[in-house]
Design a binder for this molecule. Structure first.
Ligand code: AMP
Ligand code: MG
Length: 411
């Protein structure tokens, strides 16, 4: 057993279960203009009030026909036109054709549209050069896409740029959505410096907040940045108090290890309740979860890879549940053959950072190199996690491992 393999670490599945089971989805809903609803979770199903398209229309620029007319002649005089938004109205004499544009209403009695490219303009009118024309050729029927009353999106779906235009096609101007969870976050550490200022001896830049904020937002939540807090119990307590008055969830980075300046866990024990601390995950072992009086608490380890990784693996599912995003699913595992070795000791589930490619239709994966939890370039270079099972040891070239492709929040 290596130096870091402590017995009694909680397995990830158990931790996730402990985090998710007490969470009740937010019930507050609001009605938002469709254009502002991107990224929100639907509070109710969206039903179509209309048929889409609302009328039979042409899929092509061409000519509207009655197929029986073609039994006598292939040359038809023009009787009028049907343009998008300007339907043909009036009598349609036998053995004539109507000029029709894409999206224009199909005239009464028309049973096919021939595309312009299959016709010739002659002195007498329009000559139809296409041999066989099938009934309903190039006609998009009413309700072809969506029927009136269809459920087009379910409650619990999170609105994407693909959903918004579809809802717009139904004429729906406002949607009922769940209020976004508010997540207050801060970095802890006397060594942390704000960007733009020179580093004094022993200092490093606070990079974690720059990863935590976009992830909170990508998870569909509102981010409240409380800055850098020094390793000072009084200031930390005050900040926890402020954070929980502002937010549904408080996320901190740093201060959850066993060092002498790691106060976060102790303060949580004082102000609330620790749910668990220390997981069988690498990196990210000191991750802590608990409950304050008015908010949930997630304590991310300070090491940059650990912070972002536990945010993604552990906090993401919890925020999805809180947001009512019931359609959220955990990233799937895909088998991949290793192109490089992966060093590992048994005892914890490793989330190593890898680069996958597809070779001859099969996933292959190699390491991003230095897998230290402080070496963030391993995350920056990666496009997937290589999830190596808890009890497995090092992996050689050519073995099969499970990879998880980054979802759109990390992409
Ligand atoms: P801690 O969890 O506070 O013991 O920190 C573990 C390691 O992560 C130490 O090397 C810290 O300096 C580093 N660290 C903590 N917070 C941050 C941060 N916000 N940005 C970058 N590195 C950090
Ligand atoms: Mg610290």
């Amino acid at each position: 057993m290596g130096c870091c393999d402590a017995p009694g670490l909680m397995p990830i599945e158990e931790a996730l279960d402990k985090m998710l089971s007490p969470i009740k989805p937010i019930q507050t809903t609001l009605s938002l203009p469709l254009a502002e609803a991107l990224g929100y979770v639907l509070a109710e199903d969206v039903l179509s009030p209309i048929f889409v398209p609302p009328f039979d229309n042409s899929a092509m620029d061409g000519y509207a026909l009655r197929l029986t007319d073609l039994e006598q002649t292939r040359e038809l005089p023009l009787a009028g036109k049907s343009f998008a938004g300007q339907p043909f109205s009036g009598e349609w004499p036998a053995q004539t054709t109507i000029r029709i544009m894409t999206g224009a209403k199909i005239p009464e009695g028309c049973d096919a549209v021939v595309m312009q490219e299959n016709t010739l303009v002659t002195d007498a009118g329009i000559q139809i050069t296409q041999e066989h024309i099938q009934q309903n050729n190039n006609i998009r029927p009413t309700g072809d896409d969506i029927k009136q009353g269809d459920i087009v999106l379910n409650q619990g779906a999170r609105l994407t740029p693909r959903d918004i235009p579809m809802i717009a096609s139904l004429g729906i101007s406002h949607v009922s959505v769940v209020r976004k969870p508010k997540v207050a976050f801060f970095s802890t550490g006397d060594e942390l410096k704000t960007l733009g200022e020179p580093l004094a001896e022993g200092q490093i830049y606070d990079s974690n907040r720059y990863g935590i904020k976009p992830l909170i937002e990508a998870f569909g939540c509102e981010a409240i940045d409380l800055g850098i807090i020094p390793d000072c119990p009084e200031t930390l307590k005050l900040t926890f108090g402020k954070a929980q008055s502002l937010a549904d969830v408080v996320v901190t980075s740093g201060g959850v290890s066993v060092g002498e300046a790691d106060y976060t866990k102790d303060i949580l024990e004082e102000l609330g309740q620790i749910g668990f601390w220390k997981l069988a995950i690498k990196p990210g072992k000191p991750f802590a979860f608990g409950e304050l009086d008015n908010a949930w608490f997630c304590g991310l380890p300070g090491n940059p890879v650990s912070a972002i990784l536990t945010m993604y693996v552990l906090v993401q599912p919890m925020l999805a549940k809180l947001a009512g995003h019931s359609a959220w699913t955990a990233p799937e595992s895909i088998p991949a053959v290793t192109k490089s070795a992966f060093k590992k000791g048994p005892g914890r589930t490793d989330y190593q950072r890898g680069i996958y490619t597809i070779e001859e239709g099969k996933f292959v994966v190699e390491t991003t190199g230095n897998q230290s939890s402080g070496a963030f370039r391993s995350m920056s270079l990666a496009n997937c996690f290589v999830v190596i099972e808890k009890d497995r040891g090092s992996v050689e070239v050519g073995e099969t491992v499970q990879i998880q492709l980054f979802n759109s929040t990390l992409y």
